[in-house]
Design a protein. Structure first.
Length: 365
């Protein structure tokens, strides 16, 4: 039987939890033991008593939840301190983003021979990323919600209403990247009445989003010239580009951003993977913005962490089958039997797998 640790997330603005009481009941009902840190589920609306009723043992420190576990279930990327508590040879599952992580974290996982499963890299045969998808959808939808707030005068913006009103034009929104997050962002901004332009290097993807949204937005192939021109007229620029297992490509140069309108807003949805602008660096929900070259930057890695009830249910709906397989079969047997899970296994037995290790100036801590 497996000992499973569910620590409380410790990053600023992170209120999600690695598993719900329903998930705990499923695991304890099969004879496994769950150690849930007290308060771990509070932000998602799950009380300690609910975990106890589901059969969990509630512990009072993060260290205990980590040290007693054969398998740790997390959401947000772990800190170095958390990884130091993880026992050698054990298993970790969560959104890890190791391609953009501080090198020390990768070294620690390798040194301890941890089997680390990155939810964001679990990949089906058709290339889709089923456990990343719900969080990408949430991040995209939240982009419009966050932008609406940051454009207000009392938030330091220049007083724009996204949809405008009769006689006053709507906000110009440019989304670069027409994947799951980019499309979700485009839909949300359209819903608020913005004028939306979407750019992507994949023409088929642009054709698909144009058909699904009945021509309500403008689509443009993302040639560097077109990206630069679109950024110049944007009131809100959204970066939503990714390459699975790699650092996000830098799409926006400092020179491009300098030509944006003063006081315009740049939202980097790729910051979990290092950011897609030369000027990007991680921010927090408590201090979400900084100004670089006259442009307001918002680069929050755990954007969905403050809508924890929705986010936790959404990602667990997707992740539950793989959690169950790892618990029942063990990581080696489960990965051998399931190519999708094997693709998400990024470190195992002291070896790197399935992501390209890179080094750059500002790793995401």
């Amino acid at each position: 039987m497996t000992n499973i640790g569910i620590p409380k997330e410790c990053r600023p603005g992170e209120f999600r939890v690695g598993i719900s009481p329903v998930g705990v009941r499923m695991l304890t009902g099969a004879g496994h033991t769950c150690f849930v840190q007290s308060g771990a589920g509070d932000g998602s609306g799950f009380l300690d008593e609910q975990y106890r009723e589901a059969g969990a043992t509630v512990v009072h420190s993060a260290e205990e939840a980590w040290r007693r576990a054969d398998l740790v279930l997390k959401v947000s990327r772990p800190t170095v301190q958390e990884l130091e508590w993880l026992q050698p040879g054990k298993t970790l599952m969560g959104y890890l983003y190791l391609a953009a992580a501080h090198p020390g974290k990768v070294e620690l996982l390798l040194e301890k021979k941890v089997s680390a499963v990155a939810y964001e890299l679990i990949q089906l045969a058709d290339g889709s990323l089923p456990v990343l998808k719900p969080l990408s959808q949430i991040g995209g939808r939240m982009a419009a919600q966050v932008a609406a707030r940051l454009l207000q005068n009392d938030a330091g913006g220049h007083g724009r209403l996204i949809g405008g009103v009769a006689g006053v034009p709507p906000t110009e929104v440019v989304v670069v990247g027409a994947g799951v997050a980019g499309e979700a962002a485009a839909r949300a901004f359209l819903g608020l009445g913005a004028h939306v332009t979407v750019l992507d290097t994949d023409l088929a993807r642009l054709q698909s989003i144009d058909e699904r949204l009945s021509g309500k937005l403008v689509t443009v192939v993302a040639h560097p010239f077109h990206v630069a021109r679109a950024a110049e007229y944007a009131d809100v620029l959204v970066g939503a580009v990714m390459v699975p297992g790699e650092r996000a490509p830098v799409v926006f140069t400092r020179a491009m951003l300098r030509k944006m309108k003063p006081g315009s807003l740049f939202l980097d949805l790729s910051i979990d993977q290092g950011g897609c602008a030369e000027t990007s660096r991680p921010t927090t929900h408590e201090s979400p913005t900084y100004v670089a070259d006259g442009v307001v930057h918002c680069c929050i890695p755990n954007l969905g962490g403050v809508v924890a009830r929705t986010s936790t249910h959404a990602f667990l709906n997707a992740a539950a089958p793989w959690i169950e397989r790892v618990v029942v079969q063990g990581i080696e047997a489960a990965a051998a039997a399931d190519p999708a899970l094997a693709h998400g296994l990024v470190t195992h037995a002291g070896e790197l797998r399935n992501f390209r290790r890179v080094s750059y100036a500002r790793p995401v801590e």
